[in-house]
Design a protein around this ligand. Sequence first.
Ligand SMILES: Cc1ncc(COP(=O)(O)O)c(C=O)c1O
Length: 478
Amino acid sequence: MSQTVRPKENVKLLFQQVYDFVIDRIERGEWQSHDKLPSIRNLAQELQVHRLTVFRAYQMLKQNGIVYVKEKSGYYVGSKNYDEVSPLAMENPLLSVSGHLKNHLNEIHGIPSVYQFSQALIDPNLLPNLFLSEYVKEVFDSYPKLLGTYSSAQGDVELREVLSRYLLRHHNIPSTSDEVLITTGAQQAIDLLSRSFIRPMDKILVERPTYSAAIDIFRQHGARLLPVDIQPTGYDLELVEQLMKLHKPRIFYMNPTFHNPTGYTVPTSQRKRLVELAEQYGCLLVEDDAFHDIYFEGPPPPPLFTYDSEGWVVYLRSFSKYVAPGLRICAVFARSPVIRPLITAKSLADNGTPLVNQKLFLRCFESERLQMHLEKLRTALQIRRVLMEKGLAGAGFSWVTPNGGLNLWVKLPDGLSANAFLEECVRHSISFVPGRICDPLGEMSSWIRLSYSFVNEEHIRAGVGRLVEIAGAMTPGS
Ligand SMILES: Cc1ncc(COP(=O)(O)O)c(C=O)c1O
């Protein structure tokens, strides 16, 4: 992040930029509770703004309970959840409650574009729409009172039994239907986990980069995020151990298989060790495995959950990515001490995922056609990935070819910033996810995520062609 606040680059009032700057430092954990803030004079010098501007920002931070003043000493970071009040909220009490909510990914998805490389969703044309509609009738015939019935908060027991048998058959992991919770997508599972296990200012480990919505959810619950870089070879386990030892994080949120956004997969050799570390330091591993079945070169390593004997792993298995995103079904597998609070949180949130969705999902999930569909889907996605890679080749972009998942994590040609590039691409009806929103530190401004799963082949060819032309025009001579 630039150290200099320049009014022309941002329409926000200057004092609000200073206010945000301070919040950002606190949010990154650089300035912690009861740390002294820089003096007004020093910060004004550093940011090249007037001292009164810093004074105004500090006053606002003080009024919002984020910092406090010690007589004749200066301003200090408070111990309250800093994310509760924004300066604009001062004028509107309603905003003081809602103003801190953010969903950066949704904002990107809201950009209208013909070439939507921002959507990590399956192209609806690749989904088994025809047989899904046949199943709707069958399900209503089998359960005539379906619409008149609530699901239990934990989820339909028939579905939970099928899913626990599935886990045994496919991963050799024994579980009972009591150890399964059905949520409305993995996103709800992440939210319920945060509600149940994170208190404001708790530290948690997250991959860097990571699933952008997860960052926003954790921040909304006041968590302090400690980043762990994910590489094509996995994590630096020594660093993970140091962080666990030093900071005692409550959870480590991870997406270790065909990771979003990078596509990397944590190797088998690290998985067992991670579970040992979790047990040793009492850190709950949240294994988000949304892309497990989307592989191109053979199945991925077994889930970390396979190695868990003490209950330190929660396993999230969303089926949004290949059965039907519209049904919003995710299975959460965990042992009793973890699943019980989650069921309570689920009952408070919505009292159960709609039963219609669960029964429809069950019908699809048990059908033989699903396996055939999945095989075709893998081939179609691989073709799209190759096409996108061909389009990008030789134009200064670099990436590591993923063996599964829906995305390419792409480093931009030298000198090109993702923000400026996105702005220009949007003008040409192309959208993608800028790396910054996937980074818990808000950096990674020379990386972007391009999804090859939502756009058809013709559009991949044309859209990537345009994207490369735009990059070329923005980096002349490189
Ligand atoms: C890593 C990861 N987790 C969770 C989700 C959300 O999945 P769901 O549609 O099941 O809420 C996504 C969606 O892209 C994802 O990439």
